[in-house]
Design a protein around this ligand. Structure first.
Ligand code: CP
Length: 334
């Protein structure tokens, strides 16, 4: 099936061949530059949360392809009602069906959405990815998930692209430690969920490393286990999980068990302030190339020496967001 006019809310929406098609296109753009194949098309990004890399990548990619790019932050849109049949006498000004279905779908060719609710909301609510789903249902044009509570597919593509630039041969010869790290606040699980599933599906040997109590969504874990089989292992000791790893991918996330309970989450994470990727832990890896999606808290999640060191792939990982974003826009719209 072609990617043309398709929405991408998760990398699981794509076959392995379609993922390959996007990564190959991104590599072509790196070699040859990005040709203006989307002249006259319009791309609109709706950002309900802050963003530097995703927004910049969407705008640069769209403009490099010759398309017009429009991005709105949460204060620049009317608050959206999502519920069907709602009597809108509260603080929601416009229904998603009107904003997206009746208006935006008719004047732009693609809509990107970043939306993850406040981490103080219960998981049952946040984990439904209601806004992204509602926009996709209301839209008559393709929708890209630019990070929701559950998934961040554009980041996942950049992560795969970066790995492939460095790791040759059989993916199962390479071990990636996908590790939780301390962060003073709870963060969405979207990057971790996406990386875990993508790396398992691509055939890498994956170690999921996190303290007890910081398990991921059980449905995501079940899917990862199915994709990874005996190539996936779990570790609750950071030193053990990182030892001998070819790549260390660090990311913090909220405790699933106490999601929405900020006090309990804070109490749990405060027990693990020593979960930092530092020189000593990198030295025990092999060679422990460092990845992080950014933004990152220096000397909390990772030490300066690792982040700025010779085995850091972070700059390449972040900059490749433009290439993979352009590949997605091209394949979906050209
Ligand atoms: N990694 C990432 O998505 O960065 P932004 O939040 O800055 O977009």
């Amino acid at each position: 099936m072609s990617l043309r006019e398709r929405s991408i809310l998760s990398l699981q929406d794509l076959t392995l061949d379609e993922t390959e098609q996007l990564l190959t296109r991104a590599a072509g753009f790196r070699e040859d530059g990005i040709a203006p194949t989307l002249a006259g098309r319009r791309v609109c990004g709706l950002f309900f949360n802050p963003s530097l890399r995703t927004r910049t990548s969407l705008e640069i990619a769209a403009r490099s392809l010759g398309a017009q790019s429009l991005c709105y932050d949460v204060g620049g849109m009317w608050p959206l009602e999502l519920e069907d049949g709602a009597v809108m006498d509260g603080d929601k000004i416009e229904h998603v069906r009107d904003a997206i279905g009746k208006f935006l779908s008719g004047v732009v060719d693609l809509i990107g959405v970043r939306s993850f609710p406040d981490l103080g909301r219960p998981y049952a609510e946040a984990g439904a990815d209601a806004l992204v789903q509602a926009v996709e249902e209301a839209a008559e044009v393709p929708v890209l998930n630019l990070e929701s509570t559950l998934f961040h597919p554009m980041q996942g593509l950049a992560d795969l692209f970066t790995l492939r630039n460095h790791l040759e041969g059989d993916p199962s010869d390479h071990t990636i430690a996908l590790t939780w790290a301390y962060h003073p606040k709870p963060l969405p699980m979207a990057v971790t969920n996406t990386a875990l599933l993508a790396f398992c599906r691509a055939g890498y040997r994956v170690r999921l490393v996190h303290p007890s109590g910081f398990d991921l969504d059980p449905d995501v874990m079940a899917c990862a286990q199915e994709l990874g089989g005996d190539r996936l292992s779990r570790h609750t000791d950071m030193d053990e999980g990182l030892r001998g790893a070819r790549v260390i991918y660090a990311k913090s996330w909220a405790s699933h068990a106490s999601y929405g309970n900020l006090e309990e989450d804070a109490r749990q994470r405060a027990l693990h302030k020593d979960w930092i990727v530092n020189e000593e832990r990198q030295a025990a890896a092999d060679p422990g190339a460092f990845m992080h999606c950014l933004p990152v808290r220096r000397n909390v999640v990772v030490s300066d020496s690792v982040l700025d060191g010779p085995h850091s792939w972070v700059a390449e990982q972040a900059r490749s967001r433009v290439l993979v974003q352009a590949a997605v826009l091209h394949e979906v719209l050209a």
